[in-house]
Structures are given as structure tokens and as C-alpha cells.
Design a binder for this molecule. Sequence first.
Ligand code: RIB
Ligand code: CA
Length: 314
Amino acid sequence: MKKIPVILDGDPGHDDAIAWVLANSRPELDILAITTIGGNQTLAKTTYNAGRIMSLIGLDVPYAAGRSKPLFCDLIVAPSVHGVTGLDGPELPEPERVIVEEEAVELIARLLETSNEPVVLVPTGPLTNIASLLLLRHDLKEKIKHIYMMGGGITKGNWTAAAEFNILVDPEAADIVFRSGLPITMAGLDVTEEALVYPEDIERIKSVGNDVARVVAGWLEFFYQFHQPLGYRGAPVHDAVAIAAIVRPDILMTREMYVEIELCGDFTRGATVGDYYGLLGQKPNATCIMDIDRVAFIELLIDSVASYGKGELR
Ligand code: RIB
Ligand code: CA
């Protein structure tokens, strides 16, 4: 099987962590590196969490810390959702690797330069690292095959009425990415809030019985604690949908759309404004995922955690 080279960029974060568990279990993906960004928590915390996740799942690749704050505005963090550590809940192993000396953009640039084929980027946090790469190394655009990102929402926001968290944290970065002309698949709230893991699904994951399954179930239980009082039927595993878009596009429903990022609105800054009916006559710049076969998504997650050995917690 020809593997797809991917770089995972995120702000772990419970759903970033589950996305990385899923990606690492898929034989069709070749994870070249992990890069981190400030978002769910500070850069130091998301980077520490990245090292712990990599130890847990046995992912032995270079990882680098990225930008500590957005391009122009102050960082927003989300302790109410992900806790003080950014990954509260189950005990995790310590990082087995130290981060590389390069900053994330430098690491990504080096890997794009040396790869003998274009690479897929999977940002699941604010887009500051990806935008910075495009600004600093415009020459490497041709080595980026596709961007599968979690962020935005055509019909809703989750941090303000209009804006989803990842885009709101750095709207200017999102604007640079969406104007880049690169192929983008956007897993926005339209689909990710349908990608719900119900309590009964969490029990099924827990019953798989290995260490990774136990930790993933713990992450889901913690994540659900925040969402249940808001009326969610389950935990929305936002970021894992970006990985599902690569490995199981058949379980997703998509719509090509021209998407603009609102930068100036008093009430709408950070909104992903999608031209659903093509009224502007602009060429679509994103494949927007609008729905998911939730049952198939749950089976995908269960198959993923079941693929990890029973060994000791790494
Ligand atoms: O709005 C959900 C997104 O914000 C997810 O990527 C979550 O991890 C946070 O980064
Ligand atoms: Ca995230």
C-alpha cells in the first residue's frame, strides 16, 4: 500500500489526542512529524501533552513546538473545556522524546523540502503555524498536497455565536490559509458536532481493554463532562473528523464552497462565511464536510483503539 505522508499540527487537547491515536493506527498514513500550537492551552502545555500522547501510542517521530501566540492578537486558551493541563483526565506517561531544536515551521519546511512527494498537513488547532509556513516559505506550497483541517463552521460557532474556537484564536492566519489556493478540506462544526461519541460508545471503547482504549475512554468521559450540561448527547470528537476525511471519506457528506474569514465584524470576527449557493460567483476554495455517518465513525474509533497491543502503559 502506498502510504500518505502527513504532518499533524495541533493543540492537544482531548480531541486532538484522539485524532492522533486514530492517525497513528492507520496503515495508509505515514506520520512524518507532530507540531504544536497554542490554543486549548498554552504552547508549553500543548507541547508537553504532545510528548505524552506520543509516548502512550508509541509514535516515534520528530516533534516541534510552534508559535506561542496568534499572528496579531492575544492567545485565547480553553481551560474550561480541556482543563488546566489541556489534557486533564487519565494519567499519561511522560514524554520519551525531547522536542527537536527547530521551531515547528522550520521542521515542517525541512520535511517538505526533503520529501520526495507532496505532504498532507492536518492542522487541528489555530492555523498560526500553517499561515506562518505559507508566509515564510511560499516556495514550498507545491510540496503541500492537501490541508485537512478542523475549524470553522458554516452554520454555527462554539466560542462566539459566529466563530469556532480554532478560527477565532487566529482569524488572520485562517484568512491566509483559505486564500492560499491550496486544496482544503474543512471539518467544521457542521459535521464535528454530529461526530458524537455517546456514553454507550465510551463503554464499548473502554471494554476493548488495552491501555490506549482505557485512556481514550477517559479522555472522552472528561470531554463529555463539559458538553453534557450544554445538551450534547455525546462528546464531539471534532479533530478526529479531519483524519476520517483522509482515511474514510466515504462516511462523510461534503459540499464545495467559497469560504471567507470575517476579520472585522464586531459580533462575527472569526466566522467562516461560506457561500453555500455560490451567489458570489467565486471558485470554491474548500471542501466543507457537512455531515457524517456517526455509527461508522464510532466503528472507526473502536477499530483504531483495538489495533493497539495490550502491553503495559507506555
Ligand atoms: O472548536 C473545536 C476545536 O477547538 C478543536 O480542535 C478543539 O481541540 C479546539 O482546538
Ligand atoms: Ca484542537
